[in-house]
Design a protein around this ligand. Sequence first.
Ligand SMILES: Cc1cc2nc3c(=O)[nH]c(=O)nc-3n(C[C@H](O)[C@H](O)[C@H](O)COP(=O)(O)OP(=O)(O)OC[C@H]3O[C@@H](n4cnc5c(N)ncnc54)[C@H](O)[C@@H]3O)c2cc1C
Length: 1013
Amino acid sequence: MSVMTFISPALRSETQDLTALSAPLSIAERQAALEIGRGLVKGARARANERPYLDAFLQEFGLSNQEGIALMCLAEALLRIPDDETADRLIAEKLASGNWDSHSGRSDSLFVNASTWGLMLTGRLVELPDELRGNANGWLRHLTQRASEPLVRQALRRAMKIIGSEFVVGRSIEEALQRSATDASLALCSFDMLGEGARTDEDARRYYDAYVAAIEQIGRSVDGSLHQRSSISIKLSALDPRYSAIHRERVHERLIPRALELARLAAARGIGLTVDAEEQDRLEISLEIFAAMAGDPTTRDWPGLGLAVQAYGRRAMAVIDHVTELSRSHGRALAVRLVKGAYWDSEIKRAQERGLAEYPLYTRKCSTDVSYLACARALFTASDRIYPQFATHNAHTIAAVLGLARTHRDTAGRAVDFEFQRLHGMGTLLYDEARRQLTDLPRVRVYAPVGPHADLLAYLVRRLLENGANTSFVNRFMDERVPVAQVVTDPISEIEALTTVEHDRIPLPSHLYGPSRLNSRGVDFGRRSSIEEIGQCLRSTLTLPSPESRYVTAGVVETAFRAASLAFPEWRGRPVDARAEILERAANLLDQSRDAFLALLAREAGKTAGDAIAEIRETIEFCRYYATSARELQGRVSVLDGVTGERNELSHVPRGVWCCISPWNFPLAIFTGQIVAALVTGNTVVAKPAETTPEVALAMTDLLYRAGVPRDALHVLPMVGKEFGEVALRQPALAGVVFTGSTRTAQWLNRALAARDGAILPLIAETGGINAMIVDSTALPEQVVDDVLSSAFGSAGQRCSALRLLCLQADNADRILEMLEGAMNTLAVGDPTDLTTDVGPVITASAAADLERHIAQMCQRGRLRKRVAISPNTGSVPRDRFVSPALIEIDSIGALEREAFGPVLHVLRYRTEELPRLLDDLRANGYGLTLGIQTRLDGTRRMLFEGTLAGNVYVNRNMIGAVVGVQPFGGTGLSGTGPKAGGPNYLHRFTTERVLTINTTATGGNTALLTLE
Ligand SMILES: Cc1cc2nc3c(=O)[nH]c(=O)nc-3n(C[C@H](O)[C@H](O)[C@H](O)COP(=O)(O)OP(=O)(O)OC[C@H]3O[C@@H](n4cnc5c(N)ncnc54)[C@H](O)[C@@H]3O)c2cc1C
């Protein structure tokens, strides 16, 4: 089926994007919106006693205080914890973390505290005794001390359910429809079957079935014309676990048919169906799906198909134009629900992580408000085709939209049919007040989530954030401490008063690290144009010579050391700034040559696109970070404090010729990181790249020469490691060794260095580890599964930081394993030049055979739970280089004796009381590289961090991909010597410290002291 595609507009600055929106309101409309909006707030405040209890409660415990955050943590985790012991610990910890008394001195906050807590704890509205009303801390301490008692646990679980149920209309669609039939405020709903972000095909099937059942039920139980009937909202991420722009083909094969079926069913039942808006990097692909739905001739006469559009997105106006065009070209009416957007904070973080050129959304709230109004205006203009639905809880937005509707009516000579929408549990009082004050308020539909508590959490957290954020209208709406004039403001005037539209405290991703260095450029995998560009690089035919044909003979090693030694005086004599500039030039050159390196990494090292891009970025960051660090270290002498009449200067000088030995798993980043660290501090280098990846190394060497590194200062010798080591470590000019690779080779190097006569030389070694992730029952299974997949199987498990041993608390192990196995089923293992591949080959056929032997051995000691099928398409890579990801359950750490460097994950269950022993066992293996922790318990996190040897500990996230200068990387014990690569102390080891002490009084007297004022 051919579908009309949405092409994202070219990237512009935020200022340009905002300026392109034509002035959404006239002066008169602005004035009226302010007056009406303020009137609504005043009216609502006068009826404060009618607001729901929890409304006041949520406002009091917002995100600006410890107690609100503690409550959010409880709400996010408590209900999913299966075991009482862990639930009790979470309760005790979170209640102890707040200063609950601080909420008791405020106006009616006593009511907020006492009665609402009472309501939540007992399920009934109770009058608490006076002594408790006045002493929230004492009361909660009392609770905390008794937190192991089932009563308190049950009470708090109920409390969290009450918070949750504020936002949910029913656990099932039947319950929700029943409520809607009897509660007038819920008569017109858009039901949302909770559940999003399917991780497995089974999840997706379950969510799809729930949508089907809900559409059937809604269709049967409500009457009226389409826009007067309750409708359904769907999330595309619930319908397929691989819903992303990269998986376009799969989206067309699996997701589009499901979306079409749902739309056809809704059309047949005569109810509306809106596609919710999710992350910005799914925008283009979501529009492709929507276009397919809009182009479906079988539903053409049904005007109920709708799309949510996020005004915070800088492409919002382009999306509205696109939907209008879809409507025109298919000759059908569509609906648009305009929202501001619910994922602002996570979008900003994601854009920073990905090093995007621009944020895909506005960075100031007032810009989003202006965008919303501009989009609203466009929707009215298109209202002959598009049915506008305005979702907001903001009094100013309501007033301004009504103003636009009136203007449109006056100019078009006819009234527009449109509606407002609010979320269940929010905006009740505001719309009630609007209904009283405004005669032309149209119908108001309630977005009504339906589902069990287990599926509520992601939604609930977004609602708590929205209620708690002080930029939110709802957070300040009823707060008497904030004057009405500050609650309802004119966003256009706010923009006009700004010096920059871009938020001054949210730097562009490229400027994340301040003025000293640029962040590396990433790829926007949400844009089809970027995906196509990367796909083309990967497909480029590249024939590489055999690695062996590049090898030099051992005789060259000695010559190289001699030449490097001769080059040392000149190179060290250059100002550090000149050397740093060469690194910066190299970084820029590599950025420009990204595509060539991408193809090379895929071809020679079997890297997938994501891994190759990450590696290129890391290399660029090493160059920039070490350039900055070197300027700091060597750009000036440090003058040390001491007695008067004396000057003490500390300086760091280079050591001489460094030997750099790098591995094949990061043939670009580690190879370059070692070399440029040595070079920038004034040393010269003889480097040996990995045997299997000489092409990448030679291409980078050439780039470094082009950037200005003198050929004599850097000698790169592809050859067999053992032959190189034996000659290199005997060279008199050798001043230090930096090595990344196996522990065994590091120990060999250490012994060889110790056997030398003469100066004792430094060795920086980074080796491997048996890295674990410890997951307790407070962790979110979806997040655990995402993080385990990327940590264990990303880069085909060939990272020294990769996860090898997953330790699951027995209470939720089955649930996580089931989800993990389901998610493993969706992994694509095959041709690394195919963008959809998740797991590429391992480095050689013999490495693959070795891994298979390990798997066979471990299966005898434990139980094989899962292996993933290898795709028939392995591209130009021989099939014997592929190892299908394996999951093996073992019952003791002892069963895992060595690091298996590939996509093999071992899993072990533990009981809570065994955690300290588990930690001891992990320490006993002597490795200390990375540790993952997934817990919401601060106490557990602290205990594990203090008890581990691991050099890098990651909490509630994946445990790979350390960022240069942000997460300095390196282990302890058998895992390495430090200092950490990409950290502030790394360059020190490449230098020697010298101190110059001058008696400044010797040449006369203490002039400095005598001339003191
Ligand atoms: C019926 C309904 C359906 C919804 N469906 C969706 C959906 O499909 N997808 C979705 O994402 N959301 C959806 N939402 C949630 C919606 O995005 C939020 O409720 C909405 O953003 C709150 O806006 P407001 O006008 O009520 O409040 P306001 O307080 O006026 O606006 C708050 C919003 O401003 C934006 N914002 C805050 N700070 C900044 C900043 N610094 N820079 C830029 N923007 C900022 C954010 O979008 C934030 O949510 C829906 C809401 C409703 C009522």
